[in-house]
Design a protein around this ligand. Structure first.
Ligand code: 3PG
Length: 381
């Protein structure tokens, strides 16, 4: 891949695809992390005297129809504040402009060449900086590269480099923390990491599917069906064969309901009261996992350890964030929830690389080729 640093942008009209898919609340940007991460490329283009800059992105999944609640206008406003200069929006004219949500147009996700060509009309050069959308073969990530000279933005290049480094000869011990709801969603990376990592620490609802697959009674905890449990059991067997330690929680915070005022108790995993459910990892598990993280030289973390949006079940996830920050390891955190946890714990600055990619980061780590990256590689050759 060539990056925006390798080309001359002076006097050119530049089209930048960013991933500005940010959470909105009451018509305002609720978390501007992705906008901030898009700034270096945008600023690079402006500082190197591009004649015009057009930024484009998707927001949410409007399914090819205009949906005012998914307009990028609030993002244009925030981008203008962060850049300290006006940002024209949609059909307005301006030196810097953000287009309306690309997914209001059905031809975007269909990767329709006619839409790719229309997008290409905004520039003499295309810069793809949307790492978070690099696993999507859409008009703005792949199609447009057929019509314009195309290079990677600084964020996309840094993401590919930081995540790729985990796969190439990581310093050991290499410890992976995986949480979240469904085993099936993460099995690709779990499988890859049973080959690459020294230990995988499992948390979140998926831990109960693993525990249930071993015949442990987890009471009313959320578990997957026989298929999901089969996937979990095979992962445990693979880990053993490949000499990777796959650790499961030993104790949990159990509650009678998923609610901030639920009654709670700390119990060993096999002793969750009847009708109650595990909603976070317990203190002994935190100690065990923090011990592994403290000794690690490389760490990758994706997915929360519990229902961390609710204060009584946030301790496990925040403790992991703290342990990752305190370790001397090269640390990479990916996925919206774990990134939110790192921000909540106030330790983002102490993580080596906080990825803006959820699905894209997981697919890259699984070893899948990302269409957006492949298109840039082809453009370079
Ligand atoms: C993300 O939030 O992971 C990216 O912006 C991609 O969004 P998508 O899953 O709707 O394609």
């Amino acid at each position: 891949m060539r990056t925006v640093r390798d080309v001359d942008v002076a006097g050119k009209r530049v089209l930048v695809r960013s991933d500005l898919n940010v959470p909105l609340k009451d018509g305002r940007v609720a978390d501007d992390t992705r906008i901030r991460k898009a700034l270096p490329t945008i600023e690079h283009v402006l500082e190197h005297d591009a004649s015009k800059l057009t930024v484009c992105s998707h927001l949410g999944r409007p399914k090819g129809k205009a949906d005012p609640s998914l307009s990028l206008r609030p993002v244009a406003d925030r981008l203008a504040e962060l850049l300290g200069r006006p940002v024209a929006f949609a059909d307005e004219d301006g030196e810097v402009r953000l287009l309306e949500n690309l997914r209001f147009e059905p031809r975007e996700t269909e990767n329709d060449p006619s839409f790719a060509k229309e997008l290409a009309g905004h520039g003499d050069l295309f810069v793809n900086d949307a790492f978070g959308a690099a696993h999507r073969a859409h008009a703005s990530t792949v199609g447009v590269t057929r019509f314009l000279p195309s290079v990677a933005g600084l964020l996309l290049a840094a993401e590919v480099e930081a995540l790729g480094r985990l796969l190439r000869d990581p310093a050991r011990p290499f410890v992976v923390v995986i949480g979240g709801v469904k085993v099936a969603d993460k099995i690709g990376v779990i499988d890859r990491f049973t080959e690459l990592a020294d230990a995988i620490l499992v948390g979140g609802a998926m831990a109960f599917t693993f525990l249930a697959s071993l015949g442990i009674d987890v009471a009313a905890s959320r578990t997957e069906d026989a298929e999901g449990q089969g996937i979990a059991r095979r992962a445990l067997e693979d880990a053993k064969r490949r000499e990777c330690e796959l650790l499961l929680p030993i104790d949990v915070i159990a509650a009678d309901k998923v609610d901030a005022d639920a009654a709670t108790t700390v119990v060993p995993v096999a002793e969750i009261p009847k009708g109650w459910m595990g909603l976070d990892i317990g203190p002994q598990t935190i100690e065990l996992y923090a011990g592994w993280l403290g000794g690690a030289k490389t760490i990758f973390w994706n997915g929360p350890m519990g229902v961390f949006e609710l204060e009584p079940f946030a301790k496990g996830t925040l403790a992991i964030a703290q342990a990752v920050a305190e370790s001397d390891a090269t640390s990479v955190v990916g996925g919206g929830d774990s990134v939110a946890a790192v921000n909540m714990a106030g330790v983002a600055e102490r993580i080596t690389h906080v990825s803006t990619g959820g699905g894209a980061a997981l697919e890259l780590l699984e070893g899948k080729e990302l269409p957006g990256v492949k298109a840039l590689e082809e453009a370079a050759s």
